[in-house]
Write a protein that binds this ligand. Sequence first.
Ligand SMILES: [Zn+2]
Length: 83
Amino acid sequence: MPKCRDIPEVASAYIDGEMPISGRLAVAGHLTICRECRTYVQGLRTTRHLVATSFRAEVPATVAAALGLTDEDPQPLGKDRRR
Ligand SMILES: [Zn+2]
């Protein structure tokens, strides 16, 4: 079972599900008995969620459109482009 000092090192992989099942079970077991590490992992999860959602919200519509990130169909290609 991992020790407290091991948790910060594996927390991201644990949250992302990028660990073998045996590693996940070991971390989950530690989190069950250790409130400090449970708080740490929950805080990291919350921080990552906030970062992800704030980036999504702060892209101006004109930039999103220029990058093709909107649902709107841009100028149809092929039409009116005959030579
Ligand atoms: Zn711990």
